[in-house]
Design a protein around this ligand. Structure first.
Ligand SMILES: OCc1cccc(Br)n1
Length: 447
């Protein structure tokens, strides 16, 4: 179904702007641009709840938060490997005639900053970010043009302990939000499987990314089209057959039969599954030779989180990308990471009935009972705020009926009334709204 502008249904604005001066002002479109979302308070509470989990897990795993501009040089993303992410680049020429793009992913920005920092950062680098990413897709399919991605990356660790740590961090995230291994799994493979097959047919290194991007489409387009595209980049009929065969391998044992026991792919995968066993998340993993992922720069282990009911698109994905840095003219450095989008996970939580109840809550609503006590009420509000208590201060003279309604709307715990006679006695009235208990408190004892 066409995506709504927001998760609450993309309704247009509730207020109809009043008559404008001269009457000739066109009413603006109150919806956000096609494919983008507003986050009104109820949606923003859910987003903050999810992003806070992302950040807390990142902290648990010792990652440091970083950020980059949403606008990058187009050159960061102009890989020539036929990737969808490149075809849908949200790019343009700015007023300085520079080719720029709204970032479609975060990894190239990370690589740019790591190269910029050079030797001034010690290894391993463990950075995370949650950032909005963009694509410009013809709205033929009504899909979103933006989403937020949580990214975690480990730079400078060649061994699969890094991939194990990354997958473990996603498992931790899932557990924190109530998702179990019966809801979600990780399909795991290694692009070294494909590399080993291509090496047997002397396929040149520069074709590797392109071949992987084509194979990643195996479940999206007919296999004959896959074969055609592979042959078009120069693979022999035999190489194509062998590639497709190895993608249907069902176990590491079968992989060993096909590729032999000495390859790096098998060694990496065996070590990863062994680490998962020891760490306690092996129930979440399954070897799946067909997992390739659609980004050209992956070079080793690749993985993707999927919903076991098979109703949704990939929840997250990632892998090793040991040669990305040299494509930016720098020395290569071992690297791996993942991206975790903010949309599919919410669909999954809805499916599983796991969306959290997130209501606005205010500690106090403070109200002056007389117009000339507004300043006193504001003072009371700030005494409470300085003590760390949230306050909704009634900003206009309102009937008590309105105040009680507002208290319910903002889910206030306490009503604090500032009245003339009480103020003369140095006290304020307090009403606990859940129990209707009420009493007076001296200003100096207010807490
Ligand atoms: O995951 C591909 C992608 C990239 C940018 C924006 C959106 Br929506 N989706």
């Amino acid at each position: 179904p066409a995506e709504t502008n927001s998760t609450t249904g993309g309704r247009s604005g509730a207020l109809t702007p009043g008559p404008s001066v001269g009457g000739d002002v066109q009413k603006i479109d109150v919806n956000p641009p096609k494919g983008t979302r507003d986050f009104p308070p109820e949606d923003m509470r859910l987003r903050n709840w999810l992003f806070n989990h992302f950040k807390e897990v990142s902290w648990l795993y010792g990652f440091e938060e970083v950020d980059y501009p949403v606008l990058e040089s187009e050159a960061l993303f102009t890989r020539k490997a036929g990737e969808e992410i490149k075809d849908q680049l949200y790019c343009f020429e700015d007023r300085g005639n520079r080719r720029v793009a709204l970032r479609p992913e975060l990894t190239p920005s990370l690589a740019r900053l790591v190269i910029q920092k050079g030797k001034s950062v010690s290894l391993p680098i463990k950075w995370f970010t949650v950032g909005q990413c963009w694509r410009y897709e013809r709205m033929t399919r009504g899909r979103r043009r933006e989403h937020y991605q949580w990214n975690m990356d480990i730079i400078g660790v060649p061994g699969v302990m890094a991939e194990a740590e990354l997958i473990s961090s996603v498992v931790t995230l899932f557990k924190r939000i109530g998702i179990t291994e019966s809801d979600v799994g990780f399909k795991v493979s290694s692009r070294k499987v494909l590399q080993e097959v291509l090496n047997c047919y002397s396929v040149p290194e520069y074709l590797f990314g392109k071949v992987c991007v084509i194979i990643d489409k195996i479940e999206k387009i007919p296999v004959d089209e896959i074969k055609k595209e592979l042959k078009a980049v120069g693979l022999s009929q035999e190489a194509v057959q062998k590639l497709l065969q190895v993608l249907s391998v069902k176990s590491l044992a079968e992989l060993e039969e096909r590729l032999g026991s000495s390859g790096e792919a098998l060694a990496d995968l065996k070590q990863l599954f062994s680490l998962a066993e020891k760490t306690g998340f092996s129930k979440w993993l399954q070897f799946d030779a067909s997992v390739v992922r659609g980004l050209a720069y992956y070079t080793g282990i690749v993985f993707e989180g999927f919903d076991r009911e098979g109703k949704l698109r990939a929840i997250c994905g990632g892998g090793r990308y040991d040669h990305l840095f040299s494509t930016f003219g720098a020395d290569d450095i071992a690297a791996c990471g993942f991206g975790f989008g903010d949309a599919v996970i919410v669909e999954l939580l809805k499916e599983k009935g796991l969306l959290p109840e997130l209501n606005l809550h205010i500690d106090n609503i403070v109200c002056a009972l007389d117009e000339d006590l507004q300043g006193c009420a504001a003072m009371v509000a700030n005494i409470l705020r300085e003590k760390g208590h949230s306050v909704e201060l009634v900003l206009e003279s309102k009937p008590l009926k309105w105040v009680f309604k507002r208290a319910a709307r903002v889910n206030a715990e306490r009503l604090v009334l500032v009245g003339n006679s009480e103020w003369q006695r140095g006290v304020v009235g307090v009403k606990i709204l859940s129990t209707a208990e009420q009493y007076e408190v001296k200003l100096e004892d207010l807490k």
